[in-house]
Design a protein around this ligand. Structure first.
Ligand code: G3I
Length: 307
């Protein structure tokens, strides 16, 4: 009986999961985590509002519990996320001067990355900077308003200086189908960064799927097109609404898409069990509320070559 982590490792990939620090005391949660997964992302506790709730006051206590658990279990860490418009404390949103915001952004990146230097394989340096819909525009945020388009590039340059060995990712959702304005906008930004030597190593595809946003038929084409720019690609927050055969087939499809792309280094699912999912009513994960592996689990495992 193989596990997701072992089967993925045999394919040269990791298989990760988002973890809530507050659940680590639940024995079945932790047993499932430790058995199946070899990479961990903090679901919330590495976000700005948790790490720097007030100016210059950093609190790593909860975040460190996740890092420590990963270290003890020999799991890789994905850092999520340094700069994001959401779960951003009010004091940052209320900054009014570009110079101040730039200094605050760079200080946050540097302080957090130095705290975890050498421990984090990949960082989501910037998360969800593009708008939904057909515009292909940048999303409105305090960073975009005050700093203009250059803020993303600046964040990546600061991140590279803080931990030169980490893989630096741009992470977003609804970027799975190739021919959409949002996917194209992200692609054009990454192509521009690569051509100008802006330090970017990776693109993260959150991969939150449901009936309105199904797994695209040609998902591997999107992943490969990005990889052909010279970056690694990762599935970073996978979950798929549904149940049974249909859900299992879609999970197998995403897994196959990653395996089809040599530069796809791994998959992270966005939670251990359906009952604690951010959209629990959609039962989108691989284990049910009693930690029984679902059909989707077996489909992923078999696609990875495990049994
Ligand atoms: O911690 C407080 C708790 O003290 C309070 O009693 C409770 C009452 O609502 O709220 C708790 O905070 C919640 C937090 O999750 C922890 O459970 C927030 O309200 C809730 O908004 C937050 O949701 C998280 C969401 O990001 C916020 O945007 C989800 O757990 C998390 O799964 C989700 O993750 C995001 C990724 O970071 C980025 N991509 C999309 C993905 C799904 O939305």
């Amino acid at each position: 009986q193989t596990t997701l982590g072992d089967a993925a490792a045999a394919q040269g990939r990791y298989f990760g999961v988002a973890v809530a620090a507050g659940r680590l005391g639940e024995p079945d949660y932790t047993a499932t985590l430790n058995r199946e997964f070899n990479s961990v992302t903090a679901e919330n506790s590495w976000k700005w509002e948790s790490l720097q709730p007030s100016p210059g006051y950093f609190d790593f206590s909860t975040a460190d519990r996740i890092a420590e658990h990963a270290r003890q279990q020999g799991m890789e860490l994905r850092g999520h996320t340094l700069v994001w418009h959401s779960q951003l404390p009010g004091w940052v949103e209320n900054i009014g001067s570009a110079d101040e915001l730039r200094a605050v952004m760079n200080n946050h990146i540097t302080t957090v990355m130095e705290h975890y230097k050498g421990q984090v394989r990949s960082w989501d340096v910037v998360n969800e900077a593009f708008a939904d819909g057909g515009s292909g525009a940048r999303r409105d945020s305090v960073f975009q308003r005050l700093l203009g388009d250059g803020w993303i590039e600046e964040a990546f340059r600061t991140a590279r200086a803080a931990d030169p060995d980490a893989t630096l990712c741009y992470n977003d959702y609804n970027t799975d189908a190739w021919n959409t304005a949002k996917t194209q906008a992200v692609y054009n930004m990454v192509a521009d960064f690569v051509s100008r030597g802006v330090p970017i190593d990776c693109v993260g595809f959150q991969a939150h799927f449901n009936s309105g946003n199904p797994v695209p038929e040609n998902y591997h084409v999107t992943l490969q097109n990005f990889a052909d720019l010279g970056v690694e690609v990762q599935i970073t927050e996978l979950d798929i609404a549904g149940w049974g055969d249909s859900q299992a087939q879609q999970y197998a499809g995403v897994t196959l898409a990653c395996l089809a792309v040599p530069q796809c280094s791994g998959i992270t699912v966005w939670g251990v069990t359906d009952k604690y999912s951010w959209r629990a009513e959609d039962t989108p994960l691989l284990f049910d509320g009693d930690y029984n592996p679902k059909q989707a689990y077996h489909a992923v495992l078999e696609t990875l070559g495990g049994s």
